[in-house]
Design a protein around this ligand. Structure first.
Ligand SMILES: Nc1ncnc2c1ncn2[C@@H]1O[C@H](COP(=O)(O)OP(=O)(O)O)[C@@H](O)[C@H]1O
Ligand SMILES: N[C@@H](CCC(=O)OP(=O)(O)O)C(=O)O
Length: 374
């Protein structure tokens, strides 16, 4: 799918509604707005159409329910707020969808769940079953058990992984701005809306910058990253404002609204998509320029001879990030040797592995089937 005119033909959507939008500027859930989005989603859900909702707002609603005026500092208090608020969140979605004759289902996942291949496949089957039953899954991060290290943190990334899981046609990220601008519109009044771009356009990184919203956790940077991740399953992304009463209806009609970010290449195979969605790398391999070129141009396996430095502690089979000489991450993959072994064979041809290690597990440090170039 490339253009707006193709959107009316899309059948499978992931709609993500961010904290900034859902919580009425920090005053708890905006139930009126929520009802409006449900009406638009329910209208779109004609036979043949399927939708997963990714909803933030648990922490913000929890704070409101407890009368806490500021975000607590400790992780446990935040987790408690999420647990309290999640009740309000699912109650609100369920009652609005019920009015439209739709059931909803609560789906809470952690990063850990989706990095385990078996649990990833389980999540996929459950979501697909729910969709085939005509139920609307309402997904959020399981904040209660996720610790700092193993969090998605923002729901943009989670929504993109869900889009990958179900191979959605369209990911819609509803937020408090009209889309991605060429600068943060809160600080630059002359910022220009980007209406259409390919996800690999490098100028987008400059536009998204690092600044975040007040209530949300990611800002535009995580939305851009999410669009790139979603593109791996051929999913296009629209970033648009949920503040207007008919945003989803207009997107469905193919109106020129928000920012449309389209995939730049053919979808990855399912296993590579799962690999690309792994956020936590256990270690980092620094590659020389030749290795970077080979990975980027011919999709080959990574050989130890192209590795100049090894950081971190990892075991065989764990995820490592591969960085170019300038420090930019170029690929990630599941490594065939532990950190200690990798340090010993770095820079060496595979023909010397036997001599150095006393054995050879694999000729490649990372096999191309277990490697994704970013
Ligand atoms: N280039 C940009 N274009 C639009 N918004 C931007 C840009 N850079 C930063 N932002 C900020 O990102 C915020 C939206 O992200 P966030 O607060 O995480 O929302 P959400 O909770 O909906 O995910 C906006 O309020 C805006 O201030
Ligand atoms: N899981 C968290 C949402 C985290 C969050 O705010 O995400 P986002 O809306 O993407 O900025 C919650 O429900 O409060």
């Amino acid at each position: 799918m490339i253009n707006r005119e193709d959107i009316p033909r899309t059948r499978r959507w992931v709609v993500k509604i961010g904290s900034a939008l859902l919580t009425a500027e920090g005053a708890g859930l905006d139930r009126q707005a929520l009802g409006g989005w449900v009406d638009q989603m329910a209208d779109w859900l004609q036979p043949g159409h399927e939708l997963v909702l990714v909803s933030s707002g648990a922490v913000a609603e929890g704070l409101c329910r407890m009368g806490w005026t500021r975000r607590p500092d400790t992780l446990h208090e935040l987790q408690a707020a999420a647990a309290i608020g999640q009740m309000g969140l699912v109650q609100a979605w369920e009652s609005c969808f019920q009015r439209r004759g739709r059931h909803t289902a609560q789906v809470l996942v952690t990063h850990d769940d989706l990095s385990d291949r078996k649990r990833y496949l389980n999540a996929r089957s459950t979501l697909q079953t729910l969709l085939s039953l005509g139920v609307v899954p309402v997904v959020n991060e399981n904040d209660v058990v996720a610790n700092d290290e193993l969090r998605f943190g923002d729901n943009d990334t989670l929504a993109a992984l869900v889009a990958n899981l179900i191979e959605a046609d369209l990911l819609i990220l509803l937020t408090d701005q009209d889309g991605l601008f060429d600068a943060d519109p809160r600080s630059r009044r002359d910022a220009r809306l980007i209406k259409h771009a390919r996800v690999d356009d490098v100028a987008l990184d400059r536009y998204a910058g690092a600044s975040k919203g007040i209530l949300g956790s990611g800002g535009m940077h995580t939305k851009l990253r999410a669009a790139r991740l979603a593109a791996r399953s051929g999913t296009a992304t629209v970033i648009a404002s949920g503040k207007h009463p008919d945003t989803l209806r207009r997107i469905a009609a193919g109106d020129d609204l928000g920012t449309l970010l389209v995939p730049a290449q053919e979808p990855d195979a399912a296993r590579k998509r799962w690999l690309a969605g792994q956020l936590q790398a256990r270690g980092r391999l620094r590659l020389d320029a030749g290795a970077v070129q080979v990975l980027r141009q011919s999709g080959s396996s990574l050989l130890a001879v192209g590795v100049t430095d090894v950081e971190g502690r990892f075991s065989r089979g764990e995820m490592v990030a591969c960085l170019g000489p300038d420090g930019e991450e170029v690929a990630r993959g599941l490594v065939n040797y532990s950190a200690d072994e990798t340090r010993r064979i770095a820079g060496q041809p595979s023909s010397l592995f036997e001599e150095i290690l006393g054995y050879v597990d694999e000729e490649e440090l990372i096999h191309r089937d277990n490697l994704v170039v970013l």
